[in-house]
Design a protein around this ligand. Structure first.
Ligand code: CTP
Length: 477
């Protein structure tokens, strides 16, 4: 099979190819494929109209995995272009990475050097850029970003967009885009109110394009005033941020959630204790997810090697009795989630001094049962949380044991998980959950796929939110 290198084609052929690709919103490689297919099979049948811009985000945006927002900033040719340089700064202040594209007219107002110095990235100007690292630069600039901002969006650029022109780099990017687009129009008031611009603006709105401004005020032209000034860079950056980072939903705002986590340490003497292998990761992840959902969170934790999640009140305890005491003091709460691996037994009378081998020989530890924190809270008649959730850590007969725990403990839900050594749950990062809940028709069991402990936490909080009593506007059970 022969290889075709587009860069090595004759200049005129390559330019034709790139123009055709730009006009069709395809990469050059895809355009070549289409031409070859058409040559062999005849013209391709009618292509369905593209979805609005806002619906065309099929491949993941770069920010989806890294959290860093990439913005392609198209600077149009108007006097407001100088404000676009300040906009680069404002976007970068908001942890966005900015790559600039200047139209030919924009280069009359700002330089490529200024845009690349401020953005810290190469600035692009040409559809047929021999130096571009991209074979299909307009496609990459349109897709390798989370958002495209056009500022200033001139009347001419808006007209080109509304009619799908692609005869320069900026318009080709806009035609090839599958990311949200934000326009900051700037033009003379008569141009803004002109019926042609009104029609174009309405079309762009139908296509899913977002607009910020323009504002009313003095124009650069002496004696002219009205609607047409570009929004201030801070306003545009705020609009960009709102578009790409919508405000988080806080469905548990106003709710108090208590979470127990980690192991407990039951002292034998001042230096020795009985403990278990719990890492506390699942409980901490739940506390974090509840705080993210807007709840006021009290995390009552045994000794663990974890940092406190943000926006959570951490109460550190050692023993089961101390944990029970701090849990009772934290009431009332709306939801109690008991994820701690509480030690079932403690030494009846702990030594005041370190036990010495010489004085006791091999000691016999007399154990007594610890209070069951979950059962104590679930059986309260006063200040019982509206939703009490326990965990069942089992190494065998998972569902049977979880079912009887649900009844015995008196809680509403049991999050059952297999903690046998083979499962790797204890101290590990993943968990396979069965959620048992008591309903009118007996016990319902939901089996969740294997998830990370963070995902389990998010899913559990989502499940809590979906309970009628905890959804916004829901009434207490
Ligand atoms: N629990 C508790 N206080 C205890 C023991 C357990 O609050 N003293 C809670 C745990 O936080 C968990 C649930 O009870 O939510 C079940 O814990 P688990 O260790 O699975 O069960 P146990 O009651 O200890 O029973 P067993 O050890 O026999 O399985």
């Amino acid at each position: 099979m022969a290889n075709l290198t587009i860069r090595k084609l004759e200049d005129a052929v390559r330019d034709q190819l790139r123009l055709r690709a730009a006009q069709n919103g395809r990469s050059v490689e895809d355009e070549v494929r289409v031409i070859l297919r058409e040559t062999i099979q005849g013209p391709i049948g009618s292509v369905p109209p593209p979805a609005p811009f806002s619906q065309r985000a099929s491949d993941p945006a770069p920010g989806a995995s890294t959290g860093i927002i990439h913005v392609t900033l198209i600077i149009g040719g108007g006097i407001a272009a100088y404000k676009a340089l300040d906009l680069i700064r404002r976007l970068k202040e908001r942890r966005m990475r900015v790559r600039c594209v200047l139209t030919r007219a924009a280069q009359q107002f700002v330089t490529q050097l200024a845009a690349s110095a401020l953005s810290g990235e190469r600035c692009y100007t040409d559809l047929f850029d021999a130096e571009s690292e991209f074979d299909a630069g307009h496609i990459r600039l349109a897709r390798d970003c989370d958002l495209i901002v056009v500022a200033p969006a001139t009347g001419d650029l808006m007209a080109k967009m509304a009619h799908g022109h692609a005869d320069d780099l900026a318009s080709a990017i806009l035609l090839a885009a599958n990311r949200p687009i934000l326009l900051a129009p700037a033009m003379n008031p008569l141009m803004w109110t002109n019926p042609a611009t009104r029609r174009n603006a309405a079309q762009l709105q139908r296509d899913g394009i977002r607009v910020v401004g323009p504002n009313a005020g003095e124009m650069a032209e002496a004696g002219e005033a009205g609607l047409g000034r570009m929004s201030e860079p801070v306003e545009i950056a705020d609009a960009a941020e709102r578009l790409i980072r919508p405000p988080r939903a806080r469905p548990l705002a106003g709710k108090r959630v208590l979470v127990t986590a980690g192991p407990t340490h039951e002292p034998i003497d001042p230096v020795r204790y009985i403990a278990n292998r719990s890492s506390g990761k699942q409980g901490y992840a739940i506390a974090e997810a509840a705080a993210d959902a807007g709840a006021e969170v009290l995390l009552i934790s045994g000794p663990v090697d974890l940092k406190s999640p943000a926006n959570v009140t951490l109460i550190a305890v050692e023993s089961a009795r101390e944990m029970l005491h701090r849990v009772e003091a934290a009431l009332p709460v709306d939801v109690g989630i008991f994820a701690a691996a509480v030690a079932d037994w403690r030494v009846a009378s702990e030594g005041d001094q370190k036990l010495k081998k010489t004085s006791v020989g091999i000691p016999t530890l007399h154990l007594v049962e610890n209070p069951d924190i979950l059962a104590t809270i679930a059986h309260r008649t006063e200040q019982r949380p509206r939703l009490v959730i326990g965990f069942a850590a089992e190494t065998e007969n998972l569902l049977d044991n979880a079912r009887s725990k649900l009844a015995r403990k008196g809680c509403d839900w049991i999050v059952a998980n297999d903690v046998s050594p083979a499962s790797g749950v204890m101290g590990g990062d993943r968990n396979t959950i069965h959620l048992l809940s008591r309903g009118e028709n007996g016990v319902a069991i939901e089996s969740w796929p294997i998830m990370s402990k963070e995902e389990v936490a998010t899913a559990l909080i989502a499940r809590i939110v979906s309970e009628q009593a905890f959804s916004p506007g829901g009434s207490p059970a």
